[in-house]
Design a binder for this molecule. Sequence first.
Ligand code: DGY
Length: 321
Amino acid sequence: MTTQPKLYVACNFPPEVLDFFTSQFDAAYNDMGRVLSTDELIEHAQGADVVVLTATDPLDQAAVARLPASVKVVCTYSVGNNHLDLDALEARGIAVFSTPGVLDEACADAAWLLMLGAARRVIEGIELIREGTWQGWSPRQLIGREVWGSRLGILGMGRIGRAIARRARGFDMTVHYHNRNRLGPELESGAQYHSTLESLARESDFLCIACPASPSTQGLVNREILQLLPPNAVVCNISRGDIVCDEDLVHALETGVVAAAGLDVFAGEPDIHPAYRQLPNVFGLPHIGSSTLRTRLAMAELLCSSIKAHYSGETPENRIR
Ligand code: DGY
């Protein structure tokens, strides 16, 4: 086993994060200031033992087959791993690491930003301020949806879902959730389990999507689910765009079936459904859930320590294959 692995860092990192990687390892890196194409990534990975990439660097089966023979480890600087063909990587004997745990709180903060911003019509409010069209206070103006005391439905009660749930106590909300498996009482922390998404939807004034993306979650939040939501519901997505059926959500937002949506993630990023750019009841953010410097550095630290552990013969908990 190599004791000093050579890294290729494909991500376009902020300087602090790049400095961290280069201070820990012999690391070549992407200095082009942009996302690499798959061909470029494969070319630059020649001779590297470890490739560090992220959600914008997909490796499908064909790309995995073309990775240089030197590559023995792929680290994804993300908690999501739906951009990787894990089976193909495993079949090639490539170990895969991700960054669970360290970004839960930043993502949960962002989920709350989305829910509050969507519920309180922030987009329309900002427009009045920035365009100078505000006519002054009025009791009719931008009447939103109350967050405090409402019911929060969380789809996916993993670490991020539970971090979102913890914050809901401060808003005196009742928390409901749907998972494939019910959690134990300690992790559930008083949240009410629903064995189906349909049942969760009926109780969700706020439906917050926090489950991992996989082929089985694609299009899960569709017209049928949206129609089950209580009147004036708010939908929030902090996970991956393709869990939502865009046409169905856009229709629900246009017709008032859903009051508003707070979305940090979109199918086909950055080429998002055009209606999300126009609708006044969409509070959209450009996939910044984990984007704080502390979290960015914690993700780097986790990957660097797991590479070191791996090359010392250990199996770190964040090894996903
Ligand atoms: C994650 O960590 O999965 C973020 O969404 C960035 O990809």
